[in-house]
Design a binder for this molecule. Structure first.
Ligand code: ZN
Length: 330
């Protein structure tokens, strides 16, 4: 599940067969009008465009916890100053920002896995890069949730690195009810008639496990409508992954107090899946499924599927501050 990258840098790659320096690719975000039909009856009525995003709220301005900077980067506010804000940057440093859109408590934090030139995540044989696919899917999911009336923030909003502890801190600082981390997997485990969706959940959180069960149920249903040569591990499902010390192995689950789940939607290393993942139809269907699962979590007591047998695994540490390059905060 991980690969060691060059020099002094050890990158934890949850979806591991990753290549450094691959050319980024992007997936065009589709309009709902071309939807082949997702798992939600509301999907076709959602007008997902940039003009539908409403970030300002008078109630949020009173106790700003985070900030959307002028350049569109989400940061946690450390202190409100007379002339602006002290914030935690995406690389985990402190900086001053004069202005931006204040964010209050949010319903959901969406975490697009990986980011930046070093932490690409998995790279498909087709050239599709996980960090870009994760961001496209996360962005469309965020927009859907906003249209449905939920407050949402993203741990990264463009192609830059941000360590796992910063992502976790942001979710906690924004008092998110949940965080969902979006990934695509590698290496390919073997052929399967059904998608190989895996959802990793927090060992000590029943809420994380309920969220994971809903994410798995909704995404399996949505992806199962695509008739392709899937791949899956024999134990695919909802599970905990503990390190040999008995803690959640993945930092994005171990670090935050926020109930969180890590979603691995499929295998980029499998050419058939990579070709599907590059299509607007996939991004649309997957975003509807993830949004549906989150909505079900937030508005019902539904539980989805139950926890399967867990794994024990010691991943490498995540991308560190020493190789993190700050994005422009505006
Ligand atoms: Zn990943």
């Amino acid at each position: 599940m991980q690969r060691v990258l060059s020099g002094l840098v050890v990158i934890a790659l949850l979806c591991a067969a990753c290549t450094v320096g691959a050319t980024p690719g992007t997936t065009a975000l589709p309009n709902d009008s071309s939807s082949p039909g997702g798992s939600s009856t509301t999907s076709n009525s959602e007008a997902v465009t940039s003009t539908t995003i409403q970030l300002t709220s008078t109630t949020l301005l009173q106790q700003p916890l985070g900030l959307l900077t002028p350049s569109g980067v989400t940061v946690a506010i450390l202190k409100v100053m007379s002339d602006g804000y002290r914030v935690m940057t995406p690389c985990g440093n402190e900086a001053s920002v004069a202005t931006g859109v204040p964010l209050g408590p949010v319903d959901v934090v969406i975490d697009p896995g990986h980011g930046g030139p070093i932490d690409t995540g998995a790279v498909a044989p087709t050239g599709l890069v996980e960090r870009d696919l994760n961001l496209d899917l996360a962005t469309l999911t965020e927009r859907r949730l906003r249209v449905r009336g939920f407050t949402v923030a993203m741990t990264r909003t463009a192609d830059y690195a941000t360590p796992l502890e910063v992502r976790a801190h942001l979710a906690d600082r924004l008092k998110a009810r949940i965080m969902v981390s979006i990934h695509h997997n590698a290496p390919t485990p073997g052929p399967s008639d059904v998608p190989g969706v895996e959802v990793f959940v927090q060992n000590d959180s029943e809420e994380s496990q309920r969220l994971g069960g809903l994410l798995w149920a909704h995404t399996m249903e949505a992806l199962g409508k695509f008739d392709i040569a899937w791949s899956a591990a024999s134990d695919a499902g909802v599970m905990t992954v503990l390190n040999t010390r008995g803690s959640d192995a993945y930092g994005i689950l171990r670090r935050p107090a926020t109930p969180s789940a890590l979603l691995e939607l499929g295998y980029l290393s499998n050419r058939a899946e990579a070709e599907l993942f590059a299509t607007p139809e996939y991004v649309m269907a997957a975003s509807v499924a993830v949004a549906d699962a989150i909505e079900a979590y937030l508005t019902t007591d539904a539980v989805g599927v139950s926890l399967g047998e867990g794994r024990v695994f010691d991943p490498n540490p995540g991308v560190g501050k020493d190789v993190c390059v700050e994005p422009d905060l505006g």
